[in-house]
Design a protein around this ligand. Structure first.
Ligand code: NAP
Ligand code: COA
Length: 268
């Protein structure tokens, strides 16, 4: 049997793939032989990511584009097909987050997160559609526990990520006949990420989060990358429309507590 987690000469596109969890996913696919394209807003982050990805000995491409700009997203995906061939794996993970009460944030603040996380995911998936390998492409949306665990100070993210998971389920149905599989991964609290820095901004809070995870530890970007590679491998060829928590059991109960602590602190 060949190693199912080899992606030699496969084309992988990672939206929001220049830092944190998504960059970890990009790196793991490159390490397994894939040619990887990443896209995010900051040109500096894009250049640094491409340079690191090239060190794995495969081809890498980068695009500076905002997921809220449909034409820019469509251009990046078309260019990727032109240079690397049809897209075997599409990861959609661009997101924005900040803690704020619904009654304290402006309509534009709420809209910004919905536009990046939900509308941005739709843009990425819609623009990728003509470039996806048919049959055989794997689409993985990076969701969050907020999609199904209500959290204080997270109305914008909860609404947006719940939408992302419904997009996953609906497109798994609409694209299934063409043998495109669409799944979501729900990362738990992942160490050394911007997301955690924003929601648990002290050692004490990180420690409390750690102890609210049944496995009593934070996850790593590699944990999420392993799941993304599994879902995109032949081992998962009959898995579609799934929302998969990769969170040490956090979303069973602990995830709901995290923002209660921050809400109490901010209220002081
Ligand atoms: P991160 O490092 O800030 O990653 C976000 C990425 O998206 C960056 O590459 C960022 O680059 C890009 N991005 C942001 N806004 C964008 C836009 N408008 N257009 C294009 N790209 C954009 O954060 P992270 O914590 O690793 O989070 C990554 C994903 O995991 C997110 O989907 C998040 O919701 C999810 N998640 C994270 C955790 C966690 O513990 N960290 C837990 C659950 C879910 P630019 O700034 O250059 O645009
Ligand atoms: N609390 C309340 N409102 C906030 C806020 C906060 N902490 N941060 C930003 N906003 C508001 C702004 O005031 C603005 O609203 P306004 O026009 O009514 O004043 C609105 O959100 C948009 O902010 P802006 O900075 O113009 O948006 P942007 O498109 O440049 O950035 C964000 C998007 C706000 C999501 C920004 O935090 C970001 O780029 N995040 C990406 C990285 C990230 O969040 N990583 C973690 C992923 S889980």
């Amino acid at each position: 049997m060949t190693n199912p987690l080899k992606f030699i000469d496969k084309t992988v596109f990672v939206a929001g793939g220049t830092s944190g969890i998504n960059f970890g996913i990009a790196e793991n696919f490159a390490a397994c032989g894939a040619n990887v394209a990443v896209m995010s807003r900051s040109e500096d982050k894009v250049n640094a990511a491409v340079e690191k990805l090239q060190s794995y000995g495969t081809k890498a491409l980068g695009f500076s584009a905002d997921v809220r700009d449909y034409d820019a997203v469509a251009n990046a995906l078309a260019e990727t097909e032109k240079l690397f061939g049809k897209i075997d794996v599409l990861i959609s993970g661009a997101a924005g987050n900040f803690p704020a009460k619904a009654s304290d944030m402006s309509p534009n603040a709420f809209k910004s997160v919905v536009d990046i996380d939900l509308l941005g995911s739709y843009h990425v998936l819609r623009a990728a559609y003509p470039h996806l390998k048919k049959p055989g492409a794997s689409v993985v949306n990076i969701s969050a526990p907020q999609a199904f665990v209500p959290m204080q100070l997270q109305s914008h993210v909860c609404a947006a990520k719940a939408g992302v998971d419904m997009l996953t389920r609906v497109l798994a149905m609409e694209w299934g006949a063409e043998k495109i599989r669409v799944n979501s991964i729900v990362p738990g609290p992942i160490q050394n990420t911007e997301g955690m820095a924003r929601l648990a901004p002290s050692e004490k809070m990180i420690d409390a989060v750690k102890h609210s995870v049944p496995l009593q530890e934070l996850g790593t970007a590699d944990d999420i990358a392993n799941a993304a590679m599994f879902l995109s491998s032949p081992m998962a060829s009959y898995i579609s429309g799934v929302v998969l928590p990769v969170d040490g059991g956090w979303s069973l109960n602990g995830a709901g507590q995290m923002m209660d602590t921050l809400a109490r602190q901010l209220a002081k």
